[in-house]
Ligand binder design. Structure first.
Ligand code: ADP
Ligand code: MG
Length: 729
């Protein structure tokens, strides 16, 4: 593979404008869909800003594709009810009636409406119009005419009536009515019906696109073509089934599943291309003969759990192969990821290469460094952070380039251009979801055929792992080291805080230590800080100098000092905002108090709780809450009492709150899907991943007939970046 595509490929597939860096041009067949929405007929100067508010952003005005992907949330059936007598009161209905008489509003008689008496063989009702000109009502409903009226029938003053029918039509008009009126997420000034009209206009612009799905798959699952599916969604013929009694969503229509599958396949294909590119450069064998790893393992103060042993074996097999490793190591807090990483690193060093270990914050980088040190035996470790003095830094860079450092531990600082390895072979990245894929690529560029091990302590439900890390292989540490005691979890109303403080006093007298996490308020770190400071002073009045404080606004060295005082026992209670890193390890800490626990998500509560129970002493977690609790908050706190299984809690969190919260990516704009929903379409993920991998295996350049159609799919869902990978690497 060369870095630039052969010119003939470029001309053939994507038009002329393609360089190694620029994304190739979008196929012109998609142009009509990426035209601005405001070019549609019927959008005047009044409506345009409303469309932008609904579907556009300042950087990206709404396009026709955005309108088409703005699917209705539901539909209202306009079924024909047989008769007036049987029409259920208060429900939308359509009835066929004959006009019997008019009683127009009397001029000057206040707000008296124009009433029209209509009947069918089973009874009669009054149609009621307020403030509408008499001539207009009479024209819509001529005496003796037969009409179909839609609306709700209500009982008023003993008479049945329909106020302002939503539709009045004759036989021909009825035939043209949609059986179901789609209901869209609307915006101020823009009604659902207006959106529906625009969606219809947008459908008219839908080009004929090549089929990118495997026809056999479509047939097996009875899925319609893409265009038909879009039309079926915007012009529904059946009202969607209601949510089931247990609150789970109803099964989706074939049309909706088709669209969801398209979107999911696009994302999985993008990941598969990324994976293929990472692996395409021939890897090098990055595992040695086991002499260093063996020595290190033998010197560990514990034996590995079988989960650790399995993970180490999987990693070593990857390192030893000619392919490049891209592996996610998932393990709950305390599951022992560090030892696994250390043994991986040792393998690479045996093979004569260097390793980098990258953590998201200074405090974690420092802790990794300090904890690895005593276990690392013959490995030469070095820490590099943004806080190093210039001379220190120069020395580190010199030693790194000369190969006098085996393992460099650090933060984002490792990305900088000035950081040059003699021969980087393995990069271990902790808590990857805070780093983007781009940063991963940047680190990968610092060596030849760099193997990647990504560690995360956030248990990621399988569905999410596939969505965001579908390009990776996964090792799971699903077993805790032996000898850990369960953490006792209690929920306590904040009114009983005095009892908590009294209990804390007894625990401190026994020599235990405690974290006290302060509420997460609004979005402001300053407000969080004020609350933490107040609690700190409060507890100081009780426990004096034994109370420490740590928060995100502290300068780094102060943070470290506060953490170190607590770790060394200088302080016994550490009051903290949530910014304190989850990985920090103080074995004597046995009590975790979390204020306003009702404001945290399950995954976060679980992470915080995981900071106690690291030693062999019994630990507890006290969840203070302020009532009254909403349903979700109550469910969450109950789950916390019930379970210590991070994966189970994460699945539950996903169900309760959605994916962005679980991964902590909500703010980072890592939006998942527009058409698919992880709640209902999770089962499609695996199929899409397998399909995508197969495609990339058979047709890595996407040049065959299906491959070309799949390029259109990637553009349609704006995974353009993946297309760039086709040419490069
Ligand atoms: P993680 O990073 O996955 O949260 P760590 O690697 O920090 O977990 O390990 C948590 C603690 O458990 C550390 O103090 C570590 O020394 C210890 N530990 C790791 N593996 C084992 C094991 N197999 N048996 C006993 N203790 C272990
Ligand atoms: Mg860790």
């Amino acid at each position: 593979m060369t870095d630039t595509p052969a010119p003939s490929d470029a001309a053939e597939d994507d038009g002329p404008a393609r360089g190694p860096d620029a994304a190739p041009l979008r196929p012109s067949i998609l142009d009509p869909l990426f035209a601005l929405a405001r070019t549609l007929p019927g959008i005047g100067p009044k409506m345009a800003p409303m469309i932008e508010r609904l579907l556009g952003t300042p950087e990206q005005p709404a396009r026709i594709v955005d309108l088409l992907f703005h699917l209705p949330q539901g539909g209202v059936a306009r079924q024909l009810k047989g008769s007036i007598a049987e029409a259920p009161p208060g429900e939308p209905v359509t009835v066929g009636v004959t006009v019997v008489s008019h009683r127009p509003a009397q001029p000057g008689a206040g707000r008296r409406p124009h009433r029209v008496l209509v009947e069918d063989p089973t009874g009669d009702i009054a149609l009621v119009f307020f403030g509408m000109p008499r001539a207009r009502v009479e024209k819509m409903l001529p005496l003796g005419a037969h009409r179909y009226v839609s609306g709700r029938i209500d009982l008023w003053d003993g008479h049945r009536q329909m106020v302002h029918p939503s539709r009045i039509t004759d036989e021909a008009g009825l035939a043209a009515l949609p059986a179901v009126e789609p209901i869209y997420g609307a915006t101020e000034g823009l009604t659902s019906r207006a959106i529906s009209k625009l969606a219809h206009a947008a459908l008219d612009r839908l080009p004929i696109l090549p089929e990118w799905q495997d026809p056999a798959w479509l047939e097996r699952h009875a899925l319609p073509p893409f265009a038909d599916a879009l039309r079926a969604e915007h012009r529904p013929e059946e009202a969607p089934a209601p949510r089931r009694e247990d609150g789970t969503p109803p099964p989706r229509t074939a049309a909706r599943r088709r669209l969801a599958y398209d979107e999911i396949l696009a994302s999985q294909l993008a990941l598969a291309l990324l994976r293929a590119r990472q692996r395409r450069k021939p890897g090098r064998r990055n595992a040695g003969d086991g002499r260093l790893a063996g020595r290190i393992e033998a010197a560990l103060p514990f034996g590995l759990t079988s989960a650790q042993t399995r993970a180490v074996a999987e990693i070593r097999a990857d390192l030893a192969s000619e392919r490049r490793m891209l592996r996610l190591l998932q393990g709950d807090v305390g599951s022992g990821k560090t030892a696994v990483a250390l043994l991986a690193v040792a393998s690479a060093v045996e093979a004569g290469r260097q390793a980098a270990l990258m953590a998201p914050t200074e405090i974690l980088a420092r802790q990794h460094f300090e904890r690895l040190g005593p276990m690392a035996g013959p490995l030469r470790l070095r820490l590099m952070t943004g806080r190093d003095r210039a001379a220190e830094r120069r020395a580190t860079l010199g030693d790194l380039a000369a190969g006098r450092i085996d393992v460099l531990v650090g933060t984002h600082a490792l990305f900088q251009d000035s950081v040059v390895f003699r021969d980087l072979g393995l990069a271990v990245v902790d808590e990857q979801h805070r780093f983007g894929v781009h940063q991963r690529l940047a680190l990968g560029a610092k060596g030849e055929a760099v193997d990647f091990l990504v560690m995360t302590a956030t248990p990621i439900p399988r569905t999410l792992a596939l969505t965001f890390f579908g390009d990776m292989d996964v090792s799971v540490l699903d077993e805790k080291p032996a000898g850990r005691q369960p953490i006792k979890t209690l929920t306590i109303p904040v009114e009983r805080i005095d009892e908590v403080v009294a209990g804390l006093e007894r625990a401190l007298a026994r020599g235990e230590r405690a974290y006290w996490i302060c509420p997460l308020v609004a979005e402001s770190e300053f407000i969080d800080l004020a609350a933490a400071q107040e609690r700190f002073e409060d507890l100081r009045r009780h426990f004096g100098e034994a109370v420490g404080l740590i928060h995100g606004k502290m300068p780094g060295p102060e943070k470290d000092a506060a953490m170190e005082r607590f770790a060394a026992g200088g302080t016994k209670v550490l009051v903290s905002t949530t910014v304190v890193e989850v990985g920090v390890d103080v074995r004597e800490a046995t009590i975790m108090v979390i204020e306003h626990a009702e404001r945290f998500g399950l995954a976060q509560l679980h992470q915080l709780r995981g900071r106690v129970g690291r030693g062999s002493a019994a630990s507890s977690c006290l969840l203070l809450y302020r009532g009254p609790l909403g349903q979700v908050a109550r469910a969450r706190l109950e789950m916390m009492r019930e379970s210590e299984d991070g994966f189970r809690l994460a699945e539950e969190d996903l169900r309760l709150r959605g994916e962005g919260e679980v991964l902590g990516t909500r703010q980072s704009g890592l939006a998942a899907f527009r058409l698919a929903s992880l709640e209902t379409d999770a089962d499609l993920l695996e199929a899409a991943r397998d399909d995508a991998r197969l495609v990339v295996e058979r047709d890595p350049g996407l040049r065959g007939a299906r491959g070309r159609a799949l390029r259109v799919l990637l553009y349609l869902f704006e995974r353009d970046a993946a297309i760039r990978l086709l040419g490069a690497g």
